[in-house]
Design a protein around this ligand. Structure first.
Ligand code: PRP
Length: 207
């Protein structure tokens, strides 16, 4: 029996489609239920930001999560497979027309992703004040809370509609299948079996 943590939120739809393809009609969470039991799997529906936590603590054997979230959290899990979905970038955004000038003193950066942000500026020896927000990050430069944001950009529509533009990309991201390190050893056959099946779906799409 494998326990699988699946994400709610931005990457949920494309991810759940893979499992619908694999498990057909049997794969359906009832209304508000967060657990789905099938003969060989227990599926858990968790917040995207919590998937790696469940997997790291072995509350789930495997899970599906965005690389951006993995990099932000830095939890030690096995990255099994790039699902080639939920493709996005983590980028620096500023008000349209403004230039990124890292020599400017006392730069303020608003972000949900404080660790990625911190690493980026530390690697460039730029000292910035990082303001942690939990969402609607695009608002911060508009009302003077920050000079720039570091955020996920998928279609670019959110930045555009709020008068912001990307001035610098930090990383590319997509959705990954991950595994707990112990489960990967103890349940290797089961983990590799589902890995092969999902890999087959992705390969077929690329042919
Ligand atoms: C992300 C990000 C932007 C938006 C970008 O939020 O914070 O607001 O998506 O997408 P776009 O480029 O297609 O407009 P997300 O939907 O992941 O929500 P979250 O706050 O729950 O992480």
């Amino acid at each position: 029996m494998l326990t699988v943590a699946l994400p709610k939120g931005r990457i949920a739809k494309e991810t759940l489609e893979i499992f619908e393809t694999l498990f057909g009609d049997g794969f359906k969470f009832d209304d508000r239920k967060l657990i789905l039991e099938t003969p060989n799997f227990r599926f858990l529906l968790v917040r995207n930001q919590d998937v790696a936590t469940y997997v790291f603590h072995q509350a789930a054997d495997i899970g599906v999560v965005g690389l951006d979230t993995l990099e932000e959290q830095g939890l030690d899990v096995v990255r099994l497979l790039d699902l080639q979905r939920g493709v996005c970038k983590v980028s620096i955004g500023m008000k349209v027309g403004e230039k990124l000038d890292l020599t400017k003193p006392e730069l303020k950066v608003a972000s949900k992703m404080v660790n990625i942000t911190k690493r980026y500026f530390e690697e460039r020896a730029v000292s910035v004040e990082i303001i942690k927000l939990n969402g609607s990050v695009e608002l911060a430069p508009l009302i003077g809370l920050a000079d720039m944001i570091v955020d996920v950009v998928e279609t670019g529509a959110t930045m555009k509609q709020n008068g912001l533009e990307v001035v610098q990309d930090i990383m590319s991201s997509s959705t990954y299948l991950i595994a707990n390190k112990n489960s990967y050893v103890a349940k290797k056959d089961e983990v590799l079996d589902i890995y092969e099946k999902i890999n087959g779906i992705i390969k077929a799409e690329n042919d």
